[in-house]
Design a protein around this ligand. Structure first.
Ligand SMILES: *Cc1c(COP(=O)(O)O)cnc(C)c1O
Length: 384
């Protein structure tokens, strides 16, 4: 069946794309194929699968479904978001230059600066909230532009269509890390991006019970190269984790709606609270890029950051007093999490780098879950 987005809505495709009742047993749900190898009827002749690093029916169903949700033909599931990023970096060669947004996921920053710089790739990090800044950073050897929007943790937005146009003008490709928005709220390929990455550990799986990543493209050449690299580097997602992600996609739409409803209520509450300096949530009219957020995404998601009055002691006090929010890294799960970027998720950045991007001692990040709105508000109220 052709699950085109012209014919079927997101929710329908999330439940059916890439999946049909199992031909051997009639099982309605795509089975979990736990096998490393597959029978050949004669040497070199097999039914589409020969070895599970190259392909596994459970993983294939999931890859087809998640690619479909981004409006693309090719999806590759990895054992982590970082392995997806690692595999994409292998599309490049020694001497190539990559331009990245400055306020990016700490693990990706570390991977680029401390691993790939050593293998001869060159990186420039800059604030791309004004897309025009990109043109000045492009060089003859710039092959890739890598952005996140919204950025982590400060929720700055980048105009994907504008950045794509500048990247393409200079012969580079654009990669968008779409982890925060999920394909339900933002589809970068439709805005001109060439590649999309998700840490599926976050919203796509959504239940904080696995680590995974996916890279998606609709470009046949990139798709072919990624297939080769995924098989050669071997960073594939396990069949079991692919099974969980495929199941989780079915509820992505309703989860994202619930995350957004709660996050907006909390952002509004915090914005009006005397102990809060400012709140960064793209769904607030006070967000400097609220208009871009409304144009580029169809919803604002569950992530927000805020600055508390009273610096580190006040931040630590709040984090020790919450009862429903769990003090933990990561994000995108059904349960609400609270964390201190300076001491936790972004601790791998140098003090100067943190100061440069604006990650101060009073900054707190929330990953708002899908618990009762009332209970979450009450928890923050008592803790503040
Ligand atoms: C978590 C995360 C990653 C890294 O993914 P892992 O699954 O932890 O390897 C990359 N980008 C963003 C935005 C993330 O939140």
């Amino acid at each position: 069946m052709n699950w085109s987005d012209e014919e079927f809505g997101f929710e329908t495709r999330a439940i059916h794309a890439g999946q049909s009742p199992d031909s051997a047993t009639g099982a309605v749900v795509t089975p979990l194929y736990l096998t490393s190898t597959y029978i050949h009827s004669e040497p070199g002749v097999f039914q589409g699968y020969d070895y599970s690093r190259a392909g596994n029916p459970t993983r294939s169903a999931y890859e087809e479904c998640v690619a479909n949700l981004e409006g693309a033909r090719f999806g590759f599931a990895f054992a982590s978001g970082c392995l997806g990023a690692t595999t994409v970096m292998h599309l490049l060669s020694q001497g190539d230059h990559i331009v990245c947004c400055d306020d990016m996921y700490g693990g990706t920053y570390r991977l680029f600066e401390e691993v790939f710089r050593k293998s001869g790739l060159d990186f420039t990090f800059l604030d791309l909230s004004e897309p025009a800044a990109l043109a000045g950073a492009m060089r003859d050897n710039t092959r890739l532009v890598w952005i996140e929007s919204p950025t982590n943790p400060l929720m700055k937005l980048i105009d994907i269509a504008a950045v794509a146009a500048i990247a393409h003008e200079h012969g580079a490709r654009l990669m968008v890390d779409n982890t925060f928005m999920s394909p339900y709220f933002q589809r970068p390929l439709a805005l001109g991006a060439d590649l999309v990455l998700h840490s599926t550990t976050k919203y796509i799986n959504g239940h904080s019970d696995l680590i995974g990543g996916v890279v998606i493209t609709d470009d046949a050449e990139l798709g072919g190269q990624l297939k080769f690299l995924n098989q050669s580097l071997g960073g594939i997602q396990s069949a079991f984790d692919a099974f969980l992600c495929l199941r989780s996609l079915k509820t992505l739409a309703i989860r994202m709606e619930a995350h957004t409803k709660n996050a907006l209520a909390i952002a509004e509450f915090l914005q009006g609270h005397p102990k809060v300096e400012w709140v960064a949530y793209p769904g607030l009219a006070s967000h400097p890029q609220h208009e871009l957020a409304c144009r580029q995404t169809s919803g604002h998601g569950g992530m927000l950051a805020f600055s508390i009055k009273g610096g580190l002691p006040a931040a630590k006090a709040l984090m020790s007093k919450v009862r429903l929010f769990t003090l933990a890294e990561s994000l995108g799960g059904v349960e609400s999490l609270i964390e201190h970027p300076g001491l936790m998720t972004h601790a791998s950045l140098s003090t100067e780098k943190r100061a440069e991007v604006g990650i101060g001692d009073s900054l707190i990040r929330l990953s708002v879950g899908i618990e009762s709105t009332h209970d979450l508000l009450r928890d923050l109220e008592q803790a503040l």
